[in-house]
Ligand binder design. Structure first.
Ligand code: FE2
Length: 354
């Protein structure tokens, strides 16, 4: 195993999922494997603290038990998402195939197709480590009873792809429910009760048939969400304050490039000392705003902004009356935005007035 690798094994306790962060210490280029939506902030903080440039966000498969953090992290880092070409995930940037190599700094991760738990499961191999997702677990395997699972395929994947790797390769699974962190190919060949120690394909099929597992709690939520890269179908998640939906400055900052930001102040305020949010549109609160909104699709997500939130609150109410559903007022307006030292810009207002 090369010592020159930044490596973190991270754990999400609700679904016992492991996320892996790998990076080249010289170039700081990084790869993240199987991020979970609930732990996106933790992962992003670690990436920032390590000073890394994330290149790839990889999912070993379309998970049924949790929603991937891939899309959230892609939006915040610009990294590319990758999933199997066979997964039918059209929003992924990379459709990965067997043998494909992903480079980060002087390191390489090789894609291994290891179907069976689902028909599009991948493992990733590099630097003497193999990330097996739910194909091979420590002293276990992924289940094969949904998502086109097949015990025959999984047995072949494990024996022909994983058990043919160097036997000292360290196994990093997608989950562990018993407190293990790593294993090795050799240990799993010897001691895995389902597929190791001379177990035949028919032994394995029998074992899997008898498992009778309950469905994962989040399956109806997780699979459809993961097929769209874990994207939220609605970007804004406002709190209702005095009957008006509101978002915080931080919430808005995280989705600035995905929602329409309308600043309802007067033109002279747009470039005053508070400046304005980059990309925002100046549409002063009056009949101009109504005319502007009239032609927009009612599904459009909009955040309204003013100096402190009063005028934009009225704009939000007006848009709700007009039939918009995904709208929100920015809490505290530009005053609070500036207090938090979030990005602003100031330029010739005539260019920006719409
Ligand atoms: Fe899974």
């Amino acid at each position: 195993m090369k010592p020159d690798l930044i490596f973190h094994q991270l754990f999400e306790p609700e679904t016992s999922t492991y996320t892996y962060l790998l990076a080249d210490p010289l170039t700081r280029e990084a790869v993240l494997i199987d991020p979970v939506l609930e732990t996106v902030e933790r992962d992003l903080k670690l990436i920032e603290e390590e000073g890394l440039r994330l290149l790839y966000i990889l999912d070993t498969h379309v998970h049924a038990d949790h929603i991937t953090g891939a899309d959230q992290i892609r939006r915040r880092t610009g990294a590319k998402t990758g999933v199997s070409s066979k997964a039918g995930v059209t929003c992924a940037d990379l459709a990965l195939v067997d043998g494909q190599e992903l480079r980060y700094g002087s390191h390489v991760l090789r894609v291994l197709e290891t179907p069976g738990h689902t028909n599009s499961c991948l493992s990733f191999y590099g630097d003497g480590r193999v990330f097996t997702g739910d194909a091979l677990l420590i002293r276990g395997t992924g289940r094969t009873d949904f998502q086109q699972g097949s015990s025959d395929k999984l047995y072949d994947s494990i024996h022909q792809k994983l058990f043919t790797l160097p036997i000292d390769s360290v196994v990093y699974p997608g989950h562990d429910y018993r407190g293990h962190t790593t294993s090795s190919i050799e240990m799993e060949m010897k001691f895995n009760p389902r597929v190791g120690s001379g177990k035949s394909k028919s032994d394995f099929a029998q074992t899997m048939k008898e498992l009778k597992l309950a469905q994962p709690k989040k399956i109806h939520l997780a699979v459809p969400a993961n097929l769209i890269c874990g994207k939220k179908t609605q970007i804004l998640n406002p709190q209702i304050v005095n009957g008006v939906p509101e978002v915080t400055a931080k919430d808005l900052q995280n989705c600035l490039d995905e929602v329409l930001v309308i600043d309802v102040r007067q033109p002279e305020e747009f470039n005053n000392e508070l400046a304005h949010i980059p990309g925002s549109h100046l549409v002063t609160l009056c009949s101009e705003l109504t005319r502007y909104l009239e032609v927009l699709p009612r599904e459009q997500e909009i955040v309204f902004i003013c100096r402190t939130g009063a005028r934009s609150g009225r704009a939000t109410e007006e848009s709700l009356r007009m039939g918009f559903k995904k709208v929100a007022n920015l809490q505290g307006g530009m005053v609070h935005w500036n207090e938090l030292k979030l990005p602003t810009e100031r330029h010739n207002q005539r260019e920006r007035v719409v």
